[in-house]
Design a protein around this ligand. Structure first.
Ligand SMILES: NC(=O)c1ccc[n+]([C@@H]2O[C@H](COP(=O)([O-])OP(=O)(O)OC[C@H]3O[C@@H](n4cnc5c(N)ncnc54)[C@H](O)[C@@H]3O)[C@@H](O)[C@H]2O)c1
Length: 89
């Protein structure tokens, strides 16, 4: 069974490593949300060729837009990545 996983901050220093690890499981599909405020798309360049990986430029503060973008996914798990959540951009 496929598991859809959203990784917020997935283009960040820690987030891109988590995306990479999650994709080692062939049952996982990873959706990386990032607004590139401190992360870089370079960090996830190698993952973009994986059909189970999707990058979406998105500010996670915009919760209503998240809902609209992900209605096509039946289930998903959100993993928020930032060592200090008080500093979210
Ligand atoms: N080369 C290195 O050793 C190195 C490099 C970078 C960071 N670090 C360390 O790593 C730690 C930080 O890593 P991290 O992964 O927690 O931070 P990070 O800044 O690398 O990752 C956070 C991610 O969250 C994203 N983000 C922030 N606000 C967002 C929002 N509103 N919507 C969507 N995305 C948003 C950022 O764009 C970024 O990609 C620190 O301790 C730092 O010193 C080390």
């Amino acid at each position: 069974m496929t598991t859809n996983i959203i990784v917020t901050g997935g283009a960040g220093f820690i987030g891109n490593k988590l995306c990479e690890e999650l994709l080692k499981n062939p049952n996982n599909r990873v959706i990386c949300l990032d607004n590139n405020s401190t992360g870089r798309e370079d960090n996830i360049e190698a993952l973009k060729s994986n059909p189970r990986f999707t990058f979406i430029y998105h500010n996670v503060k915009d919760i209503f837009a998240i809902d609209q973008k992900f209605t096509r996914f039946i289930t998903w798990h959100a993993l928020h990545l930032r060592h200090n959540t008080n500093e979210i951009a």
